[in-house]
Design a protein around this ligand. Structure first.
Ligand code: ZN
Length: 453
């Protein structure tokens, strides 16, 4: 496989992916981080001379997105958008075996922050889009019937308010499409592999607990009403709380694909025995649990200003991810049940609720995705899954646009490893997977946009 010299689609993707990783578009959640303008500039020069220019939006200084559109020949044919984020999450360099922003290739593996989430896909989308624009790759020239949109978007790692959320509210004309591909699919499961395709994702309903105690002198803590102590107990109770177990159809199908021992498999699709089955899936336990439950994770805890003052106030920020059909009242009910008598000292702040989203699978695009998987894995098939995190797909699904998280990874992957590397140390991708994914995407775009109605 040619990898370094730009000729093949895989070679171009590898080279572009390295550039995107080296741009260090690290989104730490603050508006002045990210600097996605760097990758917009890289992509602008990547597309130079290909006949497409693209539009840049910049809702906040340096938080830029680039949107490229190749017009189809038939305005009634369905359009397809490839939506790739350009930002990455921060790293803890001490945990890495390679410089996270050097994008080294060692033994057929490319290392770096964003290698799998999701600069590999963003680079693939760009390469496929440029190849279509140039009309040179593949046998013969090709003009799509429907529009092809490539959106390289900012701020996905912090809720997309400077990315797809902003674009949806302000420039929907740029990013709208009839169908969407985005992260995060492609991991094989089982022997005739099921290749994960994300057809939906859980919703989010974050809340903050405001804890009230009584301030006092830190030299005499006996009997004090310390807000930090109350917050600690609240965190403990929330960590022990069990929301109802719900077996979704996607979860049932995924468990079957894992080829577990019979007992574990039976437990994991039985709401009454679910927790008995969890140890049987090893590193996937967290994902398994989150697939069948609304989860509440206390992720930020603050109390106290000074070492000799007993704090009178504390706050606990909760990351709450909801299953389908969970309401704001359900969330409130879970918290009250978990906290019990602590509620005397706690108020719950926030009422936002982003519902979970799911796309149908009986669509023409889904059939083309299946065809792409069969080309890579003749015995394989698509394995529809619900993501437990969030992606930009939700902004489309909420408007009724089918959005799938799609890719094709090599046999060296499994879903546990895939999940572990998302936001983890030593994020990396093998060059074979880069090749499989860009080859599949090139096929999908040509097949879907070229087909006769
Ligand atoms: Zn991502």
């Amino acid at each position: 496989m040619s990898t370094h010299h730009g000729g093949s689609l895989a070679g171009q993707t590898t080279e572009l992916l390295q550039a995107l990783i080296r741009n260090r578009c690290v989104n730490d959640g603050s508006p002045d981080s990210g600097h996605e303008i760097r990758t917009v500039r890289t992509l602008q020069s990547f597309f130079e001379g290909s006949g497409v220019e693209g539009v840049v939006v910049e809702p906040h200084p340096e938080r830029a997105s680039l949107i490229v559109r190749i017009e189809g020949t038939d305005p009634t044919a369905p359009s397809l958008a490839l939506v790739g984020h350009t930002d990455v999450v921060p790293v803890e360099p001490a945990g890495w075996e390679h410089d996270p922003f050097a994008a080294d290739v060692t033994d057929g593996v490319l290392w770096g922050r964003g290698a799998i989430d999701m600069l590999n896909l963003t680079a693939s989308y760009a390469v496929v889009t440029r190849a279509i624009a140039q009309g040179t790759a593949g046998p013969g020239s090709f003009r799509p019937r429907g529009d092809l949109i490539f959106a390289a978007v900012a701020d996905e790692e912090n809720g997309s308010s400077l990315g797809v959320d902003w674009l949806t509210r302000n420039r929907l004309d740029l990013i709208d499409a009839d169908y969407v591909l985005t992260e995060s699919g492609g991991a094989p499961a089982g022997s005739a592999p099921g290749i994960s395709v994300m057809i939906g994702e859980k919703g989010a309903a974050g809340r903050t607990l405001r804890v009230t105690g009584t301030p006092g002198h830190g030299s005499a803590p006996w009997g004090a009403h310390n807000a930090a102590v109350i917050a600690a107990e609240a965190v403990r109770r929330i960590s022990l709380f069990r929301a109802p177990t719900v077996i979704t159809p996607q979860w049932r199908r995924y468990v079957e694909a894992l080829e577990l021992d019979q007992r574990t498999q039976a437990d994991l699709v039985d709401a009454d025995r679910f927790y008995d089955g969890l140890p049987g899936v090893g590193a996937l336990a967290g994902f398994a649990h989150a697939s069948a439950h609304t989860t509440i994770s206390p992720n930020m805890v603050h109390a106290g200003e000074k070492s000799n003052v007993i704090p009178g106030e504390a706050s606990v920020v909760l990351d709450i991810r909801i299953l389908p059909d969970v309401s704001a009242a359900d969330v409130e009910g879970y918290l009250r049940e978990a906290l019990g008598d602590l509620m005397e000292n706690i108020s719950i702040e926030g009422d936002q609720l982003g519902e979970s989203t799911v796309s149908p699978t009986d669509t023409p695009l889904f059939d083309v995705l299946r065809g792409a998987v069969k080309r890579a894995y003749p015995d394989g098939d698509l394995l529809p899954m619900m993501g437990v995190g969030g992606t930009d797909g939700r902004f489309y699904r909420r408007r009724g646009v089918p959005a799938y998280g799609f890719g094709v990874l090599s046999e060296r992957w499994n879903y546990g490893m895939f999940r572990q590397l998302f936001h983890g140390h030593n994020e990396r991708i093998d060059l074979e997977s880069i090749d499989l994914t860009v080859t599949a995407l090139d096929y999908v775009v040509r097949e879907f946009l070229g087909r006769q109605p």
